[in-house]
Design a protein. Structure first.
Length: 65
């Protein structure tokens, strides 16, 4: 899996449902008719703080406090 950005500038422009990170108008995976939202859109800017160390490692996140 690609490294997931912690705070992308415009998360609403991309589907985050797979490794392709397609533009919302060009979703190639066919996972449905709507895009998958980035966690920042669902949980807020501190979404990565809720993850365990294992999950942070799996998504390639480096959180600096």
């Amino acid at each position: 899996m690609k490294k997931l950005p912690i705070q992308p500038k415009h998360p609403e422009r991309i589907c985050w449902g797979c490794d392709k990170y397609c533009a919302t108008s060009q979703m190639y995976c066919g996972n449905g008719s709507t895009r998958t939202m980035h966690p920042i859109e669902i949980f807020g800017e501190d979404w990565a703080d809720m993850l365990s160390e294992e999950e942070k490692h799996r998504f390639g996140l480096t959180i600096k406090h």
